[in-house]
Structures are given as C-alpha cells and as structure tokens.
Design a protein around this ligand. Structure first.
Ligand code: BMA
Length: 328
C-alpha cells in the first residue's frame, strides 16, 4: 500500500466496497445523494461542500444557497459522515478587518486542517466580485476571517495541509466576473497566510473532457509518491458546461510540477442527481477524507449545483489509474 503521509486514522470513514462487477476507479455510494437540497428549512440547494474529521466524528462547511438564492456557507456536524446537522444560519466571521469582513456572498468552501486549526478557503465576494476568502476555526462554532488571499477575480482556492519549503501553499484559478470560459490551476506561496507571491503555473485545460477550464478540488493528499489531487474539468457542449473530475500527482517539494495527470475523467455526470438540478451536468468535488491506515478515500462532491453525494476509492486505485492513463 502506498503510504499516506501526515494523515490520520479515520476508522469511521464512510465506506462501501466497490460493487461486484464494477471496474470503475471511483464508485458511487448506493444511497446518493447524501445531503439533499431541502436539508435545512431555508435551503434551495446544498452542494460543493467541505467535510473534515472532528472530535471522533465529522464537521464541515457547506455551500447553502437559500430560497432567495443568496449564496452562503454554513457550519455543520455529523457523527457518521452520512447524517449531517447543518445550521440554517450562515457562518458569521469575526474579524478585525472591517473592510474585508462585510459579507456579500460566499461559496464552494474547502477546509484544510493544519495542526489543531481548520482553515476555510472559499469563493468570497469583495466589492461584489469573486476572490479567495480565508478564515479559520478551532471548533466550528466561532469563525475568524483573515485577509482575502488575492484580488478579484479568482476562485477555487485550496490550501495545502502543511508548509512546503517553509511556506504555505495555495492552489487557485484566476478567472473573470462571469461563468469564466477559461481557467488554469496556479500555485501561490506565503510565509504568513497574508502575503502571497512566487506564483507558479501548474496546469491548464488539455483533454476534451476538461478543454474549457480546470480548477482544484479537495485538499491535496500527501503520499510517498507525491501530492495526489482530484480536480474538476469543464467541457463546453452544445448544451452548456459539463463538469467532470479526475486526478493528478504533483511533485512533493515543487507541487507546480505535474508528475501524472489523468487522460480521462474518473467521475462525470451520468446519474439522475448529477444530470438534473439547478445547473445540469455538474460533478464538483470539494472533499476527500483519507484513512491513513487503509488508504481508503471518501469523496464528497456537489451534484448539479443542487445536492451533495459520496463516492469511494483508494489511494492505490487512483495511483494505478494514473500509472496507466497519464497524459503527461
Ligand atoms: C462554477 C461555480 C460552482 C458551480 C459551477 C457549475 O463557476 O459557481 O459553484 O458548481 O460553476 O455551476
């Protein structure tokens, strides 16, 4: 088994064995979606959300669009990773920076644990324009907002789970004000989570399934072979965008160097709950929980901008796929 570095044991990781006769690298939970759109009294949809192990169970930050169609992020908890209690109120960040902390909208959170602290990155409106917001919590009750990471326009900010060469490292996807028709993954580095620079290009659109734009997905998984990441890719069809996802392996010390990258998607919209919803044909991963003991991975992904689903794989299954199906 390929070693997962810096990870933790998650004995209660949500898990189902690969169904008999299924050869897929990633397979879906048979009772998807795990979080339905009307999970809280005022939710229109709950999708693209982040879950982490917390106090023997799980906690998370969830993208909740309400019935007025405001886009917000909410805290939630779960004992088993399947049944969630999600607040019907948005997170209200405490902050010493009034210019930054006036809430406008926020979406697509990721949560990265570094030490005992949980950092939240999300697409945060500043001047009603999207950029990367950054905050932290120690208990998922009180949340603190820090400086925005970048100027608008940017989305899909994902923080690595440790410093690399003494610096914090974040992936992001510079974009425009709309439903951006382009997008590459970049890396930026920071000594203090406030000042970001030393930007590096990681990768851009390539194969047909990801030919319009790509963006980082969940928090990178550190393995003895490199950083394993899942990322989404978008194809423009005659009927609009199609969001699928695949995997890549990045160099452990210079993560802007791509060692392997999937030629094919691993999950694409094909189940009813992925093809039908507020935005049809979207599978959008924001979480990968990894049990360091077994290499099992549980992926939470948004479906059709409406609900949240679960899928399963293992570190070795994804690396084996990359070994035999890499485009680089
Ligand atoms: C992106 C983001 C995601 C969304 C996707 C598909 O630009 O807004 O939150 O899932 O579009 O609508």
């Amino acid at each position: 088994m390929t070693k997962v570095l810096g990870g933790t044991s998650i004995p209660n990781l949500p898990w189902q064995e690969r169904p008999e006769g299924c050869n897929d690298v990633i397979w879906r939970y048979d009772a998807n979606p795990v979080i339905k759109r009307d999970h809280t009294p005022h939710s229109n949809s709950i999708f693209n959300s982040a879950v982490v192990p917390f106090q023997g169970g799980f906690a998370g930050v969830f993208r909740v669009d309400d019935k007025a169609r405001n886009m917000n992020i909410h805290a939630g908890f779960s004992k088993d990773g399947y049944n969630f209690e999600i607040s019907d109120e948005r997170i209200r960040f405490e902050s010493d920076i009034p210019e930054i902390s006036e809430w406008q909208y926020g979406y697509d959170p990721r949560v990265t644990q570094i030490g005992d602290r949980y950092y939240i990155t999300w697409c945060n409106a500043y001047g009603w324009k999207p950029t990367i917001g950054l905050g932290y919590t120690d208990d998922f009750k009180t949340f603190h907002q820090m400086e925005n990471v970048f100027l608008p326009f940017n989305r899909n900010g994902v923080l690595f789970p440790r410093k690399i060469n003494g610096k914090y490292v974040m992936m992001s996807r510079p974009s425009d004000s709309g439903h951006t028709p382009f997008g590459d993954i970049y890396i930026s580095q920071s000594p203090d989570l406030v000042y970001w620079g030393e930007h590096r290009h990681v990768m851009g659109p390539s194969m047909p399934w990801e030919s319009t734009k790509i963006g980082a997905g969940p928090v990178p998984i550190e393995t003895e072979r490199g950083w394993l990441i899942f990322y989404h890719g978008v194809l423009t069809s005659c009927n609009g965008f199609v969001y699928s996802f695949s995997a890549a392996l990045l160099d452990i010390n210079e993560p802007w160097k791509v060692l392997k990258r999937g030629r094919e998607y691993l999950i694409n919209p094909r189940e009813q709950y992925e093809m039908v919803g507020d935005v049809p044909n979207v599978t959008f991963p924001c979480t990968n929980l990894v049990d360091a003991d077994t290499g099992r991975i549980a992926i939470y992904y948004g479906c059709a901008d409406t609900c949240t689903s679960l899928a399963f794989t293992t570190v070795d299954a994804v690396l084996d796929f990359l070994d035999h199906n890499s485009q680089v």
